[in-house]
Design a protein. Structure first.
Length: 423
């Protein structure tokens, strides 16, 4: 049994393992570390755990089970480990040991204070792919005319770009040194960085681009999705985001040449139609993509993009199908994966058993799909669909749905359990 400072791992249960080809080997009793989260996190976790256990029991009749293992981060870590300990080494070690985790929302202040726990987890565990599926559930209020037309999976690079966290405040010694260096380099081009500026660095590498695009294309192949779109701002940032585009196309040609066709191929070789069994690879400028996803959502299926573009785009897509309360998320690497609610902590509702647990429920469905327990994942999705069709929903949806029944967070979880297996 692994040794931790203040954690008591379960005495029984197996470990998830990852093969070199990226496949996941899952025992019948995997240990899954969980972080309740801050604010409304404990409320949504209680509801979600009830749903997860019910789905596994219904799918496998006792032949499989999840062994839950609580680990700590955020405010609860302060109470267990002492003040200012927001992400204990124990928690990182547990996720590495067991290869998986699921978590509620965690507090991160704007401006000063401690570094984002979410970003730190992604960096130290090398969870390089932020995966955000966005789809509409029938009955969920939407601001667009055709919400059913949006069914995309966004692969957002998770370790570079602005999330590398390399920046210095205005007036700092480090910022002054960087500005002096840049101005020496830029002088020949007639450019300069203004004195007194804050400075940040946006690193993007071929290696990290390739592994993200590779995972996105593999996902499209395995799920039989029709297209992968590279989203970038390469028309302005030619050597970072422009390189993302070029590296992505080169990787696809080298490793998936027989399965992927570009828009140029389709036009020049195939009469304007994608051949059966092929995946269309294209690219779009980031600002144009925001318009495209609103006006022509049915043309997009899998999206691969650098970090900041994916941050905006995934939230914009979620807004079309009910908001972040219905948006799941995963952070996946080659040796570990962390699944999470994508919304904030909403501290004013903490302890009120009020908020929508849908994001965490759908993230759990992603987790079960990731480990190969697709039957359990399908039951969770079916249960959510049934609860919404029956208009048994939490306040965020009830206030927008005519004739809906308002229920608590925990009651929505029970409605999901009751709806499992519904057609």
């Amino acid at each position: 049994m692994p040794k931790y400072r203040k954690l008591m791992p379960p005495g029984e249960g197996g470990k998830i393992r990852y093969s070199k080809d990226g496949s996941v080997r899952t025992p019948d009793d995997p240990v899954v570390p969980f972080i309740e989260g801050d604010g409304t996190g404990p409320d949504i976790w209680r509801a979600a755990r009830r749903v997860f256990d019910a789905a596994v029991e219904k799918a496998y009749g006792g032949k499989r089970r999840v062994v839950w293992f609580e680990v700590y981060a955020g405010e609860k870590a302060n109470s267990v480990y002492g003040e200012e300990v927001w992400l204990p080494d124990d928690t990182i070690k547990a996720i590495r040991d067991y290869g998986i985790a699921i978590k509620g929302p965690l507090t991160t202040p704007v401006g000063g204070g401690f570094r984002s726990i979410n970003v730190t987890l992604r960096q130290v565990l090398d969870l390089y792919a932020c995966v955000r599926p966005v789809r509409w559930f029938e009955g969920v209020p939407s601001p667009v005319k055709d919400p059913a037309g949006l069914d995309v999976v966004i692969f957002r690079e998770n370790t570079e770009d602005v999330y590398a966290g390399i920046e210095w405040p205005a007036g700092s010694k480090e910022a002054k040194l960087v500005i002096e260096f840049l101005n020496r380099v830029l002088k020949a081009e007639g450019k300069a960085v203004r004195a007194g500026s804050a400075v940040g660095v946006k690193p993007m590498s071929r290696r990290c681009t390739e592994r993200l695009v590779r995972r996105a294309i593999r996902y499209a192949i395995e799920r039989k999705r029709p297209s992968v779109t590279l989203v970038h701002k390469g028309n302005i940032m030619k050597y970072t985001e422009g390189a993302f585009r070029e590296w992505g196309y080169a990787l696809a040609a080298k490793e998936f040449g027989d399965l992927v066709v570009t828009e140029e191929d389709v036009s020049a070789k195939f009469g304007g139609k994608v051949p059966p069994g092929k995946i269309l690879l294209s690219d779009r400028i980031a600002d144009n993509m925001f318009q495209q996803i609103l006006l022509r959502p049915r043309e997009y299926s899998v999206i691969a993009t650098p970090n900041l573009n994916g941050d905006y785009l995934s939230d914009a897509c979620a807004a079309q199908v009910g908001g972040l309360g219905m948006a799941p998320g995963a952070n996946i690497g080659d040796r570990a994966a962390v699944f999470e609610a994508t919304h904030g902590t909403a501290p004013k509702y903490a302890g009120q058993d009020k908020v929508n647990p849908g994001s965490l429920l759908l993230s759990g469905a992603m987790m079960f799909e990731h480990i190969g327990w697709t039957e359990a994942a399908d039951l969770i999705v079916a249960g959510i669909s049934a609860a919404i069709r029956n208009k048994t929903v939490t306040y965020d949806l009830e206030r927008q749905m005519e004739g809906a029944k308002l229920v608590k967070c925990s009651e929505f979880g029970e409605a999901v359990v009751a709806g499992m297996g519904a057609k």
